[in-house]
Design a protein around this ligand. Sequence first.
Ligand SMILES: [Zn+2]
Length: 500
Amino acid sequence: MRHVLRSLLLLTVTVLWLTTPLAAKPLNLIILHLNDWDKMDSAGRVASVIKAEKAKAAENGAAVLVTFGGDMISPSLMSGIDQGAHMIELGEAVGIQYGALGNHEFDFGPEVLKQRLAEADFPWMSSNTLVNGKVFPGLDGSQLVEIDGYKIGIIGLTTPETIFLSSPGATVTFTSYAEAGQREVAALKAQGADFIIVLSHGGEGLDRELTRTLRDVDLVMGGHDHLARTVYDGRDMTAAAGSQGEFVAKVTLTIDRVEKRGKTSLVWSPAFDLIPTRNATPDATVQAKVDGYLATLDKELGQVIGSTSIELDTRRASIRSVETGFGNLVADASRAATGADVGIANGGGIRGDKVYAAGTELTRKDILSELPFGNSTVKLELTGAQLRAVLENGVSEVEKGAGRFAQVSGMVFSYDASKPAGARVVEVTVGGKPLNTAGTYTLATNDYVAGGGDGYAVFKKAKVLVDGDAGGLLAGQVIDYIKAKGTGGSKVEGRITRLD
Ligand SMILES: [Zn+2]
């Protein structure tokens, strides 16, 4: 399919070439950009905004490129079912023509990514995602498009942090932005590129570093940091569209060739818009696809994922005051998904308020109603002393039944609630060894408490290894954990002991 698309593009270019003298007139070029869009809900509205923009551009004789800045196939509930295939279809349906690879594209491993890339009608690019020195199979490093006699180079780049943010496998490596960018820019320039756009999944810091270090990069359309942003310093331009199709980032360029003392050079002037999609009337065709997937999702949510071998208690009074099987399950699942030393689940994040008897068949819906907040899992590094402070906060309001109560994984602790808050934790072991207050530990928890919620200010002092934007969905991790184990729940085994 991809080859068909490319030949069509070539054909268009050839026709233009024959009918228009080379760069006889300025090029009006509009770039419409999305990034960090992994949840399908907005697809109908995004499609209608893009369609309207294309219609306007056609009236004004402007060319349009629709680009994507990475993170599409994960994480979402539906991705947990079809590993992101639906988003590839919706990406095509809204009109995406060029995509950059994001870290989340590797969430299901390199083999699934290859399948998704093969399904896509549009080229995905990442010039710094390599296997044995070559760009990852199914990806391109860059593309060169010719429009009205102007050659536009488009390069893809992906955050090198993908190596620990996702699951690219043992053979995939990520080189630096500067190194891969330089190589690709040189190749495009050698082919006569007039204007170079980078689709970057690396956040604002890397985007701006790139425009500073590589003079020939003219425009960076970004992603990864979920920011809706445009920056223009008179020469370099970066823009990104937030996340989840909330906005379409639009860059309008007038590109022209000028002659000065016998030398031809390119000049351009930009305009920037962030077009909100929230009030758009959904495109009927695309919305019908979304509705179809929502119906599939609803059916799949009712499917049994495992049956619990033990009683699982999520009653409010239990989950906020004592170790429970369900609390252990959530903390274990987030720890397993991130490979952290320990895991923490705040009792207030678990909301089902019920008891599942041993032998109960668990569905995805059960897990979603227990974890309704859509939190993602964060991985932090903290000292033993900070970890102790985490547990102190966890038991500091146990008599009030506060949501901060800490369900734990990978560690065992005791506390005395007759003592003042902040001085209640008595004994802590991690992986069977006494807590070393000067040591460092990795910890998995949800993005709400990691941001200081439920009194966990101490987390804000910890080093962030995987942040909420890069982390997986907590509910999805619990579902995967149950599916992998076949049984839901991790039995109550004395992880938390109240001494008073
Ligand atoms: Zn990302």
